[in-house]
Design a protein around this ligand. Structure first.
Ligand SMILES: C[S@@+](CC[C@H](N)C(=O)[O-])C[C@H]1O[C@@H](n2cnc3c(N)ncnc32)[C@H](O)[C@@H]1O
Length: 326
């Protein structure tokens, strides 16, 4: 039975978090099964399955790109680890309750249902799935049926998580939304949290728990890679801090507050690095270059400095991206 095959592979990933080859082989095998079951490979590279979908703020990945996220091996393994650990924590905290999970942006494979649910009983966990891309949610529904996981799903919604009003919002113990890219570029994790967090209970936990975009400076100028040092220069955005500004129905701002970094110092710097630090759960983080989500942007600093101060800010409208102010 496919469900027990997936359960075994999922357990293998959880038990081998530090063994990359095992993680990779297990995820490749899961991918093979999911591809066969959903037939999304047959949809080919048609424009409608390659093009991103606009949301009220930000863009949602195409079906093909969303499916490919599964193969971001460390990302998938760490999010799986965090999700299972958080469900177990919630079970301890609420021993007589079914743990309700809201999954915003499930993609065609809904991996954080399809890899997670087989590890529990349907009386223990219930999922509500939301996805803006109709082709993706159709594939997810097909996969859920094939894996005989329909008992675990309370509802499927085809809608925009940036504006969606969650029915019965206070019942959820966990919000899961991996709707982000490196530098929080384009995708709608921030507007989704802005919309959803005020609706949910204060005790509702989020995966990923937070994303921090951080600037660092490397020095000295003339030395090789091995001896180069690095110092943290500034936090450009701390998402959980920033979305606290929405206590209720506040409209999403055009931008968040800017951060200025002063490059004029006693010493000359070599580069500025901007990292996307993805905090999944407790001590589980995606570190630099472990995943496509945590690829850093590194820029060489040219001397003499024409403008010693650099100001960066996160823009939410009209497009979602980090901006440099001049
Ligand atoms: C990065 S993919 C991740 C897919 C899957 N959850 C995974 O982790 O492999 C993000 C998914 O969220 C969906 N999405 C992005 N923004 C959304 C929005 N505002 N409302 C609903 N779905 C959204 C995309 O269409 C895409 O399927």
């Amino acid at each position: 039975m496919l469900r027990s095959t997936i359960k075994t592979l999922s357990t293998t990933i959880l038990n081998n978090q530090s063994n990359f080859d095992t993680i990779k082989n297990s995820i490749d095998e899961i991918h093979k099964h999911y591809l066969e079951t959903t037939n999304i490979g047959d949809l080919g590279e048609g424009m409608q399955h390659m093009a991103a979908v606009p949301t009220a703020s930000g863009m949602a990945l195409s079906l093909n790109h969303a499916a490919a996220c599964l193969l971001d091996y460390r990302r998938t393994a760490k999010f799986l680890d965090g999700m299972v650990a958080l469900i177990r924590e919630k079970q301890q905290q609420f021993p007589n309750e079914t743990i309700n999970i809201f999954y915003a942006g499930c993609g065609p494979y809904a991996p954080f249902v399809t890899l997670v649910a087989p590890l529990f009983d349907a009386s223990e966990v219930q999922f509500t799935l939301l996805e803006i891309n109709a082709a993706s949610i159709n594939a997810a529904e097909k996969l859920v049926k094939a894996l005989e996981l329909t008992d675990y799903i309370t509802e499927f919604h085809t809608s925009d998580a940036v504006t969606f009003q969650i029915p019965n919002a206070k019942k959820y113990h966990i919000l899961f939304s991996e709707t982000l890219d490196a530098l929080l570029y384009r995708e709608s994790y921030v507007p989704i949290l802005w919309n959803m967090l005020p609706q949910l209970s204060e005790n509702c936990s989020v995966i990923p728990n937070n994303v921090i975009v951080q600037a660092s400076l490397t020095f000295p100028q003339k030395e090789n890679e091995d001896t180069r040092k690095e110092k943290e220069a500034a936090t450009i955005i701390d998402v959980r801090e920033a979305v606290k500004a929405n206590g209720g129905n506040q409209e999403l701002p055009q931008t968040f507050a800017p951060t200025t970094i002063n490059l004029a110092d006693d010493q000359q710097y070599y580069t500025m690095i901007i990292d996307t630090k993805v905090h999944i759960y407790k001590d589980i983080w995606l570190y630099r270059n472990e995943s496509s989500l945590s690829i850093p942007l590194e820029m060489e600093i040219q001397y003499p400095l024409e403008a010693p101060k650099v100001t960066l800010y996160y823009q939410l409208k009209p497009s979602v991206e980090l901006k440099l102010q001049n």
